[in-house]
Each structure stands twice: as structure tokens, then as C-alpha cells.
Design a protein around this ligand. Structure first.
Ligand code: C2E
Ligand code: CA
Ligand code: CA
Length: 801
């Protein structure tokens, strides 16, 4: 009975240990097929002890099948499973069918037992109450042969595996694992041989059930030795355990390409994402991927150099790289790397991100941020981005740069009268023309509104003026808008690098100053910046800024200049002339600020104020009994384009409570023809109100009387420049006479402007000119002084010639 218990203990403990190993290994990493295989191997090995246990614990008639069909058959199973496991661990690469046959061969022993082939059996003797196994000699030989085959093949597998690992320098832990298994297998065989030999040698001395049990079971414990080393290898060198497992998951699941790259540029390990990026078919790249060919494109060449240098010093790489992959796609990659020592070899741990899409979006956004969508030119931001390298280039190359700033003349008028879509077309036209006029390397941008800037390299300053002239010529190219032909003009300011500034802002500011002055001095011209220009431009800027506030600060006032009936020597009218008393600039002439107000649009508010003010004064004079007096007010083109203008005039007249006939509106020829149809209809509305109209500054410009005949003008004002010379210059006198005669035929009243001498006045009287205005009669003065003149019965006027 003692022996029975001893045997049970001898068999039960290994059985439990093997089951435990199996579970332990499996739990360690359930998703790894290798761990699962190991568990199956352990369970299969445990059958050997389970079958042995059955011999002792089962009733006698079941003891024999338990020994034969479980215990001995399991030896064959285990050997097949073991071979499968080892070929797997060693990553044996050979003909699959052959490998399968080699692995399944031990199973033939189990099959022979189950098929009850002759000799595949055993006897179980009942030796004094406890069973003794008697293997048939053929089964015994088969067992020995199979075991020999098994171990031989196992060693071959392990050795091949180790050699392979060494050559491809694969995972360090895998190599370690193989080493342990190899050593374990040696121990196993040694154990089996030693215990068997010891058993034979000690046979004479062994007596009693304990010794018998020892002798029969100890060799079988080689299974346990073997299982122990397998377990140790699987658990201790489970390269997928814990931290390593995290890495493996990251490696596998990451959509960023990850690779371990050796010094030669071979990715010895790489994930699926990297294969995708490189356009490789996603098969096991066990031999590693040579990355060098991907670095052959021109863009990638410097990265190769970078890699070599960084590898030598183990400095991490962080760079962007453009490659062409195997699918002929051009990709932009972000590389980040660090270094790691594995299996005594230094490797570069490389993370590769495909940022092609991101780059494209970035470029698109960049383009949006730097491009003027209307003209396709660069914008202000682009200008300031592009300037520094140009300045650097000019600085080191020792050549000049010209910065030209161009601004369209009267663009606001175009926008206001023809609408914004016309304005857009003009800007596009201008962008095209500027581009055509200049060499290709010139940087042309639209700074905003109707402002353009050009930066161009030069050998000498004179070239800049040629370019400016070419631009102005190009701008003259006619443009069709709504079926009509227009031309635009621009004013250009030029500054030079390095003379006029070293920073883009400064150059631009100075070109801007020059441009302002160009505009001031009569438009459609170019100016080169000089420091003295700066003062002018600054004054212009103060004008510009001051004008914006002048109306609400009540800095404007009106002067009135008398107009007389020449024959009667009696004041019949006054012209309201605006004055601006600027706190910073003093009194500013309307010639200076009216054009600016027209450009900024401030003229609309100012014009309205003038009308209201003049009508208020007219009411006073009317109340004082000067009911026949005409008060003339100057209009700007912008006012005449406002379709509600006539309505507004009517309203103001009503508010003032004066007869409409007291008001005369002076319109220049150019204002009248800016948009003939529109201004004509407004003029008609105005005359319907009872307001009279005068054509101002006649005799300069077109002076087309027939054209003027279409407009309901009551007065023609001959320009001062013509009157000035009528005494000395007979040609001017002829022109004046012709105008006067034609006008009288057209039933218009002629007013001569700028009459300064009695000779001029008497000549005009001879010509039949009805009215006159000028310093001779009276300068523009405040309303009170005019009232004083009105009271005097024209005593200050020169007597009739
Ligand atoms: P304008 O309409 O031709 O006005 C006549 C200008 O000639 C006035 O200049 C006046 O002072 C000046 N003048 C008159 N008689 C003589 C003379 O005998 N000799 C000389 N040398 N000059 C004489 P001012 O006041 O400087 O006005 C200049 C221009 O400003 C005006 O020319 C007119 O076009 C514009 N302006 C003045 N007030 C207004 C206004 O309220 N609205 C608008 N839109 N324009 C105005
Ligand atoms: Ca006038
Ligand atoms: Ca005038």
C-alpha cells in the first residue's frame, strides 16, 4: 500500500505541475499563438503522468488501457507537438509539406497503438497487488527510436534557428529563448540517460516498492526537466511581456510607420504602416527593408547624409523628407528618431509620419493667406514675407532695389459711380497691365484697395524710372466696362534700397510719401522719394487726417464773392467758397483739400454742409430784402452722381424757406460728363425745382458748347485763366468773344471769372458779357462784409468805362 501511495505522489505532482505550467504560460500572453501551443504541449505532457496515475488508481481492468492509450500514446503526441513548437520557435523556413511530415511522424506511433497494430501493446501484471508494466519489445523500440528522432530533429531546429537569428540580427529575446531551450534539451536528454543508466546499475540494490517506483519514474522525469526549461524560456524570455507587449501593440496598431533601422539603412524590423507608406506589399519583411533606394531622389539625398552623420553621433533626427514610394506617389514624411541598443547592436528607432495631406492643406492655407484672391497677386503679408530675402540678396550682391508704390487715380470715383464689380474689373486689369509692363522677376503685390507695390532689382536708378514709365503707359491701355471704354491712370512713388531705407517698412513708407506727392502734383506721374518730399507727404497726411474730423469740429466756414451785372454795376449774386481753418495747418485752400475730400468721399458730407450753410445765409439776405440775389454753390462730381441729390436739395431749400431761384449750382464740365446720363437727369430734376445751373471753369478742358447745350445751364462761367490775358492776347480775347456770342445765342448768361483790372472789365463789357466776378469787384469775404457791400449802393465798384 505504501508503494501505491508513493507512486501516486510521484505521478500526481508532475501532473499538477505541468497543468500549472500550461495555464501559466497561456495566461501570460493569451493572444500569442506560441503561448497557446506551449500550453497544449504542457497538457499533452501531463497526459503521460495522468495515464500513469490511472494505472494505480483505476480498477484493474481499466489500468491497462490507461497505460497504453493515455500514458504511452501521449508520448507520441507530445513529441509531434514538441516538434511543431520547436520549428515554430526556431522560425524554420523549409518546404511546408516536408516540415509537416517531419513534425507529424511521431504521431504514427500513437496511430499504431490506437489501430492496435501487432506489437503495439503492453502487458500489465498484477505483481502482488500492484501493477507492473511489461511493454512489448516492438513498442519499446518504437518509443526509443521516436524519442531519438525527436531529440535529434529538435536540436537541428534549434541550431538552425539560432544561426538564422544571428544572421538577421533579429529580436534579442528570441535568441535568448532559443538558447535556453537548447540548454534545456541537453539537460533533458542527459537526465533521461543518466537516470536510466543509474537505474540499471542500481538494480541489485533496489528493493521495496519505493525503490521500484523511483527506478521506474525517475527517467520519466526528464519530461519534467524539459517542461521546466520550456516554461522558463517562455515566461522569462517572453519578449512580448509587459512593457514589451505594449511596444508590440503600438508597433502593430500604430498608423505611423515604425522601424528599427541599422547603420546600413536597412529596416530590420518594420510595421505594416511603414509598408503602406513605402508602397510595399504587406507581407512579412523578415529580411528587412533596404531604405536606401527610397533616398535616391534629389530631395532625399541630403537626408541620407544626415542619417549617416546622426547615426555616428547618435543624435536624434527630426526632419521632413520628400520621397517617391514604390507606387510612384510623392510623399512628404516627417521623421523622428532615437537610438536603442538591441542584441548588442545599435539601431535607430524611426517613426515615420505621412504628412503629405497636411502639407498640402498648409500650402493651400498659405496660399490663401498670402494671395490676393481678386487679382491673383501676392498680398501685403506676402510682400513683407518676400522682402527680407530680396533685400539680403541685393545687399550681398551689391545691386540696387527699387520699391515702387502705385495708386490708381480716382479709383474711388470709379467704384462709387460704376459699382464695385466695375472696380474689381479695373483692379484685375491694372494687375495684368503692371505684370505685363515689368520683367518677370519683379515682385508685384496688391497691398490693398487700389494700392500696388513692385519690388525690382536694378543696376542703376534710371532703370526704375523706365519701369515706372512703362507701368504708366501700360495702365493707359483702354478697358471696356459695361460696353464703354475707360482708361485708368496711376501715380507712382519710388524709393531705393539701400539709399532710402534698409527695412521693407521704411522703403514702403517712403515710396508711399513720394506717391502722395506725385498724386498731389497732378496725378499720372511718378516721383522719386527725397527727404524733402517727406515733409510734403507729411503735410498731406495731416491734411488727410485733419479732414476727417474737420466737419464735426466745425472747422469749415464759407466766404462769399460778389458777382455784378456789368452794365448796371450792381451786385446780382455771390459765390459761396469754402474755407478750412485747420488747428494744425492753419487756413487751407480748397484747391488743396477739395480733391482730397473727393477722393476720400468726405466731399459728400462737406457738400451737404456747404449747401445748408449757403441756403441759411440766403434766407438772411432774402429776409433783409435782397430777394433778387443769386447764391452760387460749387458741386463736386460725386455729389452729382448721387440719385437722391435733387431730392436733398429740394429738402434743404424747403428747410431754408427761400425761393429755389435764389440758388445756383456750379458744375465743372468734367463733373458733368463723368456719367452724362446720370448727371443729366439730376440736372433736369434740379432745374425743375427752379434751381439754376452754371457751367464752371469754362474755356479749359473740352469746352464743347454743343455738348453743354444738352444740359439745362443758365450760366457759363469763363475761366480765370482765359480772362487773365484778354487784354494782352488777342487770341484769348477772340476765344472769350466767341464764347460770349455763342452763349447769348443759346440764351445763356456769361459770367467772367477772375476779373482783376478795369481794362478787363471794360473789354468784357464791350464783348457783351453780362456779369463779372473777381478781385476787382471784391474778394471772397465773410457774409457780413457782403451784406455791407449790398447796403452800399455799389460805391466801391469801378465806374463804367
Ligand atoms: P472756383 O469755383 O473756380 O472758384 C473761384 C476761385 O477763384 C476761388 O478760389 C476764388 O478765390 C478765386 N478767385 C476769384 N476771383 C479771383 C481773381 O480775381 N483772381 C484770382 N487769382 N483768383 C480769384 P478758392 O476760393 O481758393 O477756391 C478754389 C476752388 O475750390 C474753387 O474754384 C472751387 O472749384 C473749389 N471750391 C471752393 N469752395 C467749394 C465748395 O464749397 N464746394 C466745392 N465742391 N468746391 C469748392
Ligand atoms: Ca465756382
Ligand atoms: Ca471757376
Amino acid at each position: 500500500m505504501d508503494s501505491m501511495i508513493t507512486n501516486i505522489i510521484f505521478l500526481f505532482i508532475p501532473f499538477v505541475i505541468l497543468i500549472g505550467f500550461g495555464i501559466e504560460i497561456y495566461v501570460k500572453n493569451p493572444s500569442n499563438p506560441m503561448n497557446r501551443d506551449t500550453m497544449i504541449l504542457m497538457l499533452s505532457l501531463s497526459l503521460f503522468f495522468l495515464g500513469g496515475l490511472g494505472v494505480y488508481v483505476l480498477p484493474f481492468e481499466y489500468a491497462r488501457p490507461s497505460a497504453l492509450y493515455v500514458k504511452y500514446a501521449s508520448v507520441f503526441f507530445s513529441m509531434s507537438i514538441g516538434l511543431a513548437f520547436f520549428s515554430h520557435v526556431s522560425r524554420i523556413r523549409m518546404n511546408r509539406a516536408l516540415l509537416r511530415i517531419l513534425r507529424l511522424l511521431p504521431m504514427a506511433g500513437a496511430a499504431a497503438i490506437y489501430l492496435r497494430m501487432p506489437g503495439m501493446t503492453l502487458l500489465l501484471e498484477n505483481n502482488g497487488g500492484w501493477p507492473v508494466e511489461q511493454l512489448d519489445s516492438r513498442l519499446w523500440i518504437l518509443l526509443q527510436l521516436t524519442a531519438a528522432y525527436n531529440f535529434l530533429l529538435m536540436f537541428v531546429f534549434l541550431l538552425i534557428g539560432r544561426k538564422q537569428k544571428r544572421s538577421t540580427k533579429r529580436r534579442f529575446k528570441e535568441t535568448q529563448r532559443l538558447r535556453i531551450m537548447l540548454i534545456g534539451s541537453v539537460y533533458t536528454v542527459a537526465w533521461a540517460l543518466l537516470t536510466t543508466a543509474a537505474g540499471y546499475a542500481a538494480e541489485p540494490y533496489l528493493n521495496g516498492p519505493f525503490h521500484a517506483a523511483l527506478r521506474s519514474e525517475l527517467p520519466a522525469y526528464c519530461i519534467l526537466v524539459w517542461a521546466l526549461t520550456v516554461r522558463y524560456a517562455m515566461v522569462k524570455y517572453d519578449f512580448l511581456a509587459a512593457a514589451g507587449r505594449k511596444f508590440e501593440l503600438l508597433f502593430r496598431l500604430s498608423n505611423q510607420g515604425i522601424a528599427l533601422v541599422n547603420a546600413q539603412g536597412t529596416a530590420v524590423e518594420s510595421n505594416a504602416a511603414l509598408h503602406r507608406i513605402l508602397g510595399l506589399p504587406n507581407k512579412d519583411a523578415a529580411d528587412g527593408i533596404d531604405l536606401v533606394p527610397f533616398l535616391q531622389t534629389e530631395e532625399a539625398q541630403p537626408v541620407k547624409q544626415l542619417f549617416v552623420e546622426h547615426f555616428a553621433t547618435l543624435t536624434p533626427i527630426q526632419t521632413e523628407l520628400q520621397i517617391t514610394n514604390l507606387l510612384r506617389e510623392t510623399l512628404i514624411l516627417q521623421l523622428d528618431s532615437d537610438y536603442i541598443e538591441l542584441d548588442e547592436e545599435m539601431l535607430c528607432y524611426l517613426v515615420v509620419r505621412d504628412i503629405t495631406e497636411k502639407k498640402h492643406t498648409e500650402n493651400k492655407l498659405r496660399k490663401l493667406a498670402y494671395q490676393d484672391s481678386l487679382t491673383g497677386l501676392g498680398n501685403r503679408a506676402f510682400f513683407f514675407e518676400s522682402m527680407p530675402p530680396l533685400l539680403d540678396g541685393a545687399g550681398s550682391g551689391g545691386h540696387l532695389l527699387a520699391l515702387m508704390m502705385a495708386d490708381l487715380d480716382q479709383f474711388k470715383l470709379i467704384n462709387d459711380t460704376l459699382g464695385h464689380s466695375a472696380g474689381d474689373q479695373v483692379l484685375q486689369h491694372v494687375a495684368r497691365q503692371i505684370g505685363r509692363a515689368l520683367p518677370e522677376q519683379a515682385l508685384v503685390v496688391r497691398l490693398g484697395g487700389d494700392e500696388f507695390a513692385v519690388c525690382i532689382g536694378l543696376n542703376e536708378e534710371a532703370e526704375a524710372f523706365q519701369h515706372a514709365e512703362r507701368v504708366m503707359d501700360a495702365l493707359q491701355t483702354p478697358l471696356e466696362l459695361f460696353g464703354k471704354i475707360y482708361t485708368v491712370s496711376g501715380s507712382i512713388g519710388i524709393s531705393f534700397y539701400p539709399e532710402d531705407g534698409s527695412a521693407p517698412e521704411e522703403l514702403l513708407r517712403n515710396a508711399d510719401s513720394a506717391m502722395y506727392v506725385a498724386k498731389q502734383s497732378g496725378r499720372s506721374r511718378y516721383y522719386r522719394y527725397t527727404p524733402s518730399l517727406k515733409a510734403l507727404a507729411e503735410r498731406h497726411l495731416s491734411l488727410f487726417n485733419g479732414l476727417g474730423r474737420a466737419l464735426e469740429n466745425e472747422e469749415f466756414l464759407l466766404h462769399y464773392q460778389p458777382q455784378i451785372d456789368i452794365a448796371a454795376r450792381r451786385i446780382v449774386g455771390v459765390e459761396a467758397l469754402i474755407r478750412w481753418d485747420s488747428p494744425e495747418l492753419g487756413r487751407v485752400s480748397p484747391d488743396q483739400f477739395i480733391p482730397l475730400a473727393e477722393e476720400t468721399g468726405a466731399i459728400l458730407g462737406i457738400g451737404d454742409w456747404v449747401l445748408r450753410q449757403a441756403l441759411g445765409q440766403a434766407r438772411l439776405w432774402h429776409a433783409a430784402g435782397y430777394t433778387g440775389l443769386t447764391v452760387s454753390v460749387n458741386l463736386s462730381a460725386n455729389q452729382l452722381q448721387n440719385p437722391h441729390f435733387a431730392g436733398r436739395v429740394a429738402e434743404l431749400i424747403r428747410d431754408a424757406g427761400v425761393p429755389a431761384s435764389m440758388l445756383c449750382l456750379e458744375i465743372t464740365e468734367s463733373a458733368a460728363i463723368t456719367n452724362v446720363d446720370k448727371s443729366l437727369s439730376i440736372c433736369r430734376e434740379l432745374t425743375e425745382l427752379g434751381v439754376s445751373l452754371a457751367i464752371d471753369d469754362f474755356g479749359i478742358g473740352y469746352s464743347s458748347l454743343s455738348m453743354m447745350n444738352r444740359f439745362p445751364f443758365r450760366y457759363i462761367k469763363i475761366d480765370r485763366s482765359l480772362i487773365q490775358n484778354i487784354v494782352a492776347d488777342t487770341r484769348d480775347a477772340d476765344v472769350a468773344l466767341t464764347i460770349i456770342e455763342l452763349a447769348s445765342r443759346l440764351k445763356m448768361i456769361v459770367i467772367a471769372e477772375g476779373v482783376e483790372t478795369p481794362e478787363q472789365l471794360s473789354l468784357l463789357q464791350d464783348f457783351g458779357c453780362q456779369e463779372a466776378q473777381g478781385y476787382l469787384i471784391g474778394r471772397p469775404v465773410e457774409a457780413d462784409q457782403v451784406t455791407a457791400l449790398l447796403r452800399q449802393d455799389t460805391p466801391t465798384l469801378p465806374p463804367a468805362a
